[in-house]
Design a protein. Structure first.
Length: 257
């Protein structure tokens, strides 16, 4: 059985290769191309590695590229800093332990409960693990079954969430898919992540389309506008922080603006 992380590594290479044109990297167009993007041998040439070696990487074979090779591929494929970091993460040997839901320490629970603005805690799989009363008023996490308390699942498959974001839903949802890609790929093949991915694929055709694009994006702060059914139009600035107690825990705070 192929290592799922290596498969994601190869898929990511192929997706970036197919987005580049010879002109962008300074190569002649040459003869007519049957598929979009660069050829494998062209990427190998630009990276200064053997064609067979590159093919093995793109096929997800069990090979271990050096840091120098990863950096060379990043330059050849014109990767952004976020994409470069993602390629490095996929090349490393991952944690072979199965995913286990995180536990929020009581001190962190008390901290978010003391905040006046909406705040909640998520884990590596983006499950919502704890939240305060202002967040409950906005997102109603407590009214959902525990297995549905997941920020990406809510964004992609929950009709009420989609309605609240209105015309801005697609931009926010697409960005979230790209951010989740970076998390998912290092846990590829884990049953918990596979189960979530299956639900997302079954519940959202947009997710399927954006997922196959293999875009990678880092987490960032920003502004969101929501149309709440009882509170009206709400404008928030949101930001997130990792917990020192457990870096897998992320605190998300929504500040009204």
């Amino acid at each position: 059985m192929a290592d799922p992380r290596r498969v994601e590594f190869g898929d990511f290479l192929r997706s970036r290769r197919e987005k580049l044109s010879p002109k962008i990297v300074g190569l002649p167009a040459g003869r007519r191309r049957r598929t979009a993007g660069l050829r494998r041998e062209e990427v190998a040439q630009l990276a200064g590695i053997g064609v067979d070696w590159y093919i093995r990487l793109e096929q997800g074979r069990t090979v271990s590229p050096s840091v120098t090779t990863i950096d060379a591929l990043a330059r050849a494929l014109r990767l952004s800093k976020t994409e470069h970091a993602h390629l490095k993460a996929l090349a490393r040997d991952g944690d072979k332990r199965a995913f286990v839901p995180e536990v929020v320490p009581p001190s962190i629970r008390r901290m978010i409960e003391s905040l006046n603005q909406p705040a909640y805690i998520t884990g590596r799989r983006w499950d919502v693990l704890a939240w305060n009363d202002p967040a409950e008023e906005i997102f109603a996490f407590g009214q959902l079954p525990e297995q549905d308390r997941n920020t990406l699942l809510l964004m992609m498959t929950n009709k009420q969430t989609r309605k609240r974001y209105g015309a801005g839903w697609a931009d926010v949802a697409k960005a979230m898919v790209a951010m989740f890609r970076a998390t998912h790929d290092v846990w590829a093949g884990d049953p918990a992540f596979t189960e979530l991915l299956t639900r997302l694929r079954a519940g959202s055709p947009e997710f399927v389309k954006w997922w196959e694009a293999h875009e990678i994006r880092s987490t960032m702060s920003g502004r969101k506008t929501m149309n709440h059914p009882t509170l009206g139009v709400l404008h928030f600035e949101h930001t997130s922080f990792q917990a020192n107690d457990d870096p897998a825990l992320k605190l998300v705070i929504y500040t009204p603006v």
